[in-house]
Design a protein around this ligand. Structure first.
Ligand SMILES: *Cc1c(COP(=O)(O)O)cnc(C)c1O
Length: 397
């Protein structure tokens, strides 16, 4: 049984803050701070370059990949860390397209995160082989899967609404039509149970600074299904994905298995923080996370709808069709969110008009949700957002 009273104590939370934005940037795990300080002094400081061997730095991307694999239903040796999520999207899509060389359509939806679509647009343009990116409504994806599709590239949980795709059913349909799949787990990993092996996903990618609490800019991960590992050619063929990086051959030869998806020198300080952050998941059952998350999001929706008639729900009402986040719409959403943040309730705003809240049972419980509802009720119903300061757009929303 997962003990959320215990996991809550593992995080630093500033006084007076209710944090419903762990879906965008997880809070600081106390163990990460300690680990990074220790890593810098004992490893970087004292072992210097020897640390690549003596402190196991070179193996971290694989070792930590295996830790993440357990959270997303992937076998050992199928996940590796490195780079940012946008780069991992590029890698996965490029490899998947090459494995399906006769076809020219990439299918995605307009609920996908823009960076994924931008990366696809850039890659297809560079390939210059007449590819098209077909972007449909999320509800129309299933019907759009046909025998022209080379790769179906989707984000499982919509970053704005929290709408959840049925990964297993869509993957099955894609395979039946002869397409490969790339799943983005940015809002899934650590948020909901994921079963990549069970769904027979071909490729998957995700970031670790959201629900996995690895810190701003923490390294991303990529999953390649075992049956594709020896066939997938990495388009970003860097030396650390080479079969023998320290042979310094002039010609690229892909490394064995998932190692070939490594590109360059791994970010060891960031990996140390992430490694410590992942300790919070020891003894946690993702089914318990899911149960608690649905309880919190259901409560939040019911209370907001009861008390704030001006806000309209922009997320699926059925918990089973929703990730671990909820958003509401209001034409003054931006100013409302700034007023909430000024009162210690941190969520975020997503254009054009959504205020978005993430629910993370590791450190958020019913008390925080009830307190958050009280603040939102006060700000919205009493128009406390109606001040010039709350309308000034910041660089990051
Ligand atoms: C958060 C997020 C990203 C961000 O990509 P980075 O390269 O880490 O900045 C990309 N795709 C999705 C679906 C996301 O939710």
């Amino acid at each position: 049984m997962s003990d959320f009273a215990k996991t809550k104590k593992l995080f630093h939370m500033p006084d007076g803050v209710i944090y419903l934005d762990g879906n965008s940037l997880g809070p600081l795990p106390l163990a990460a701070r300690a680990r990074v300080v220790d890593m810098m002094a004992a490893e970087w400081g004292n072992q210097l370059i020897k640390g690549w061997n003596s402190a196991g730095w070179m193996l971290q991307p694989r070792r930590i990949g295996d830790r993440i694999a357990r959270l997303i239903g992937a076998a050992e040796g199928t996940v590796v860390m490195g780079d940012t999520l946008s780069i991992k999207v590029h890698q996965a899509l490029a490899s998947a397209l090459e494995l399906n060389p006769e076809r020219r359509v990439v299918l995605s939806d307009n609920g996908n995160f823009p960076s994924d679509l931008y990366i696809a647009q850039g890659l297809l343009k560079s390939l210059d082989k007449g590819y098209t990116l077909k972007v449909v409504e999320p509800e129309a994806v299933e019907a759009a899967i046909d025998e022209s599709v080379a790769v179906m590239m989707l984000t499982e949980v919509d970053y704005r609404t929290g709408r959840l795709h049925d990964m297993k059913a869509l993957t099955e349909k894609a395979h039946a039509a002869g397409a490969l799949t790339v799943w983005d787990l940015a809002h899934s990993a650590g948020a909901i149970p994921v079963d990549l092996a069970g769904a027979k996903a071909d490729f998957a990618v995700g970031c670790t600074y959201k629900y996995l609490n690895g810190g701003p800019g923490a390294p991303a991960f990529i999953y390649v299904a075992p049956e594709h590992q020896d066939a997938a050619r990495p388009a970003l063929s860097g030396w650390l994905g080479h079969e023998a990086p320290f042979a310094f051959d002039l010609d690229y030869r892909p490394g064995a298995g998932i190692d070939r998806m490594r590109v360059g020198t791994p970010p060891i300080i960031a990996l140390a923080a992430l490694d410590a952050a992942l300790d919070a998941w020891n003894g946690i059952d993702m089914a318990d996370i899911r149960r608690a998350s649905i309880g919190l999001t259901d409560l939040f929706i019911a209370e907001i709808e009861k008390r704030c008639p001006e806000l309209s729900l922009n997320s699926p009402r059925d918990g089973a069709r929703r990730g671990s986040q909820v958003s509401f719409r209001h034409r003054e959403g931006y100013a409302i969110m700034q007023a909430l943040i000024a009162r210690g309730l941190i969520g975020d705003f997503r254009a054009p008009d959504s205020i978005r809240f993430g629910f993370t049972p590791l450190y958020i419980g019913e008390a925080e949700v009830r307190a958050a509802v009280g603040i939102i009720e006060d700000v919205v119903n009493n128009r406390l957002w109606d001040a010039p300061d709350y309308r000034k757009k910041a660089l990051v929303t």
